[in-house]
Structures are given as C-alpha cells and as structure tokens.
Design a protein around this ligand. Structure first.
Ligand code: FES
Length: 122
C-alpha cells in the first residue's frame, strides 16, 4: 500500500506502538470528516485495530473512554449490551450479535507508529 518506511497521504498515524501497554486497549477519534472512531488492542505483543462500532446496533463499544476489554483482559466487550469479541479476529462469541464481527482495520508499523488507512471508519 504505502511507501516502505514512510506514512503516505492516504494513511494516518494512531499513536506509537509502545503507547499501548500489553493487554490494554486505546480508542481513537474519528478521522476528519468521519463519525466513527477506531480502537487498538495489544495482545501477546500483537496490535489489533478495529472500527469502534458494535455490530449489534452500531454503538461505540466503550462507554468509558478506552474501556474495551473485560476485567480479565481476555475479550473485547461492548459496554452497551455486553457482547464479547475475540481479540484476535473480532468475532462475537457471546451476546446479541453472536457470530458477527467487528470491522478489522489493516495497519502497519512505521518507525514505531501504528499507521492505518486514512479512510478507516469512514
Ligand atoms: S450495541 Fe454492542 S452489544 Fe448492543
């Protein structure tokens, strides 16, 4: 997609990879002109990025900012009605949208920064 080693005009930087501690998540505002934010989770050293919209009725998952994981940090949880999603692939494993999935966002790491397509979430 982009130029190796550089962030292109078609991408945006979310944050530095090291800004997300292992087993935690962080939310990001919508891109300019958009309404839907993104969030990223770090699990076992890997970053997973999803659109912050629950497949149940489209609400943001975090009623409290950055609160995307259950107490044991094993699944992503939607605070609206309690749907739980696998961190690795965003599939809903329990709750009202079981079998549906969060929208995964492709990302790459550029000089320690998490970079996603600028249009992600639009
Ligand atoms: S909006 Fe997420 S479970 Fe209902």
């Amino acid at each position: 997609m982009g130029v190796e080693g550089g962030v292109t005009a078609a991408e945006r930087v979310l944050c530095r990879e090291e800004d997300i501690a292992e087993g935690t998540a962080r939310g990001f505002a919508a891109a300019p002109g958009g309404f839907t934010g993104l969030f990223a989770v770090k699990k076992e050293g890997r970053i997973h990025v999803y659109v912050n919209s629950c497949p149940h009725v489209g609400l943001p998952l975090d009623m409290m900012p950055h609160r995307f994981l259950d107490a044991k940090r094993q699944t992503i949880i939607c605070s609206a009605h309690g749907a739980r999603f696998r961190i690795a692939d965003g599939i809903c494993v329990t709750g009202p949208c079981i079998g549906e999935a969060l929208e995964a966002v492709p990302h790459r790491i550029v000089e320690g920064q998490i970079v996603v397509p600028a249009a992600a979430g639009l």
